[in-house]
Design a protein around this ligand. Structure first.
Ligand code: NAD
Length: 475
């Protein structure tokens, strides 16, 4: 596939390409351009050129066009989901879910198009005041590989609805679905250059985009360390920045919880997308009276998960996206076990019978990990779940807060007073009671601490891509 620049499919100026590989088989799926600074410059120029035409489209009409894009994505759901499974690795059912999620997000922004009008008021002594929202201009979106369709929609929806034009940099290893969706949304907008996409590496096209002088806003989703570099680079010419970064979500299971529901929630929360979700359950804190029962059921559930190529029926967990992550996680688990810092009660290695070319790992449960073990202190992006025994809710909350991250967190209990206390005291951007991982487009989503700054989703998302101009009129 080619890049999308100014409404046209375009090769890299220097003609270089990079391969896109299937993590379940190692197969080369396609090649995309290796975009460099001159390609970013062309895309930013196209976006700037399209700005006046797109911002002149009334907001309700912009909403209708986003709605049309959502319908086109729904119509192509099967083909897009299959491509997503093949380039990212997630099972087909999860890929379908993500594609429909992206359509849902665009429909949500279409539905709130009427809220973008400014305000006007009579100000005695000054005359009349109008507060007029205006698009920022060219916005950059930088997207990771773990949810390349959904996170793209989180950024395209509000920024385009607000009247901005976009340059997107997808991950180098999952550009294919992103390019298709960018093409669909760009066509639906009807203004060539409203949506541009430059493929390539983070250090090449990514850094050039963040530093480009016409870009006024950078919406970045990815690792915390990358986010720091992006923020530093964007600060030079005072770009607005939003950073959606890593997480190490705690899940608390109280003694009175519905154990079957909590076990199912933990399995889904950790092993969905092979554990590669920013808000995955990454640390489990279980109250002592139910710890042994919970651990036994959780380990049995983990062992029952069928691992394999996501296009095969019945496969519930695909490969890790990156081979290096699989090898690092297997080595980490082996070292924890060897050093007596955790007990492996399910999984821990490479599943027997899996294709040797695929980057598979068994769903892994670790009992009673040492509090200082990296599996509790770092973000673990893969299918490894440490289960900690705690005496009571106070200990669970204190342990949950022992992390530099603050993205999501959940509690599983029948006691609403306990849930309310945890919701108040656990440091995070989104808190769930008796559920985890749910991210509806209707409400703000984002993190605190090392999980980032800013919020995506919700009614206020388009405002984050706008600034207001105040006009005072003296009759
Ligand atoms: P990453 O930081 O390696 O890359 C993310 C994107 O940034 C990619 O497109 C990459 O090419 C680009 N990039 C890399 N270096 C860059 C640079 N110097 N300048 C500009 N762009 C650069 O992250 P990843 O491994 O692709 O994604 C996984 C991470 O994303 C995890 O930490 C996960 O928790 C996080 N994440 C967060 C959220 C959230 O909403 N908070 C959602 C999904 C993923």
């Amino acid at each position: 596939m080619q890049m999308l620049i100014g409404g046209a499919w375009t090769p890299a100026a220097q003609g270089e390409v990079i391969g896109v590989f299937n993590p379940a088989t190692g197969e080369l799926l396609d090649q995309v351009p290796l975009g460099r600074a001159e390609d970013v410059d062309a895309a930013a120029g196209a976006a700037a050129g399209a700005g006046p035409r797109w911002s002149a489209v009334p907001p309700r009409e912009r909403g209708k066009r986003l709605y049309a894009a959502a319908q086109a994505i729904r119509e192509r759901k099967e083909a897009l989901a299959l491509l997503l499974t093949r380039e990212q690795g997630k099972p087909l059912a999860e890929a379908r879910n993500e594609i429909l999620g992206a359509a849902n997000v665009l429909e949500y922004y279409a539905s709130i198009a009427g809220t973008l009008a400014g305000t006007a008021a009579a100000l005695p002594g000054y005359g009349h005041a109008a507060v007029v929202p205006q698009p920022l201009g060219v916005c950059a979106a930088i997207v990771p590989w773990n949810m390349p369709a959904l996170i793209l929609a989180w950024k395209l929806g509000p920024a385009l609805l607000a009247g901005n034009t976009m340059v997107v940099k997808p991950s180098r290893s999952t550009p294919l679905v992103s390019l298709h969706i960018a093409g669909i949304v760009g066509d639906a907008c009807g203004v060539p250059g409203a949506v541009n996409m430059v493929t390539g590496t983070g250090s090449g096209a990514g850094e050039a985009l963040v530093a480009h002088p016409v870009v006024r806003h950078v919406s970045f989703t990815g690792q915390t360390d990358t986010g720091r570099r992006v923020a530093a680079r964007a600060s030079g010419d005072l770009k607005q920045v939003s950073l959606e970064l890593g997480g190490s979500d705690p899940m608390i299971v109280c003694g009175d919880a519905d154990i079957a529901a909590a076990v199912a929630g933990a399995l889904h929360g950790r092993f969905y997308n092979c554990g590669q979700t920013c808000t995955a359950v990454k640390r489990l804190y279980v109250e002592a009276p139910v710890y042994d029962e919970f651990l036994r059921k959780l380990a049995a559930g983990a062992r029952a998960i069928r691992v394999g190529n996501g296009i095969e029926p019945g496969v519930a967990m695909g490969p890790l996206h990156r081979a290096a992550d699989r090898d690092r996680l297997c080595a980490m688990v082996a070292a924890l076990q060897e050093d007596g810092l955790a007990r492996v009660v399910a999984g821990g290695g490479i599943p027997g019978g899996a294709s040797p070319a695929g980057q598979f790992m068994e769903p892994t449960i670790l009992a009673e990990p040492d509090p200082a073990a990296p599996v509790l202190t770092e973000e673990i992006f893969g299918p490894v779940l440490p289960v900690v025994r705690v005496e009571d809710l106070d200990e669970a909350i204190a342990s949950a807060n022992r992390s530099r991250y603050g993205l999501g967190a959940s509690i599983w209990t029948r006691d609403l007073a306990a849930a309310a206390r945890a919701a108040e005291q656990v440091r995070c951007g989104i808190f769930w009671v008796n559920q985890h991982l749910k991210i509806p487009p209707d409400v703000p989503f984002g993190g605190t601490g090392a999980s980032g700054i800013g919020r995506e989703n919700g009614m206020s998302a388009p405002q984050r891509y706008m600034e207001t101009k105040t006009v005072l009129v003296r009759p």
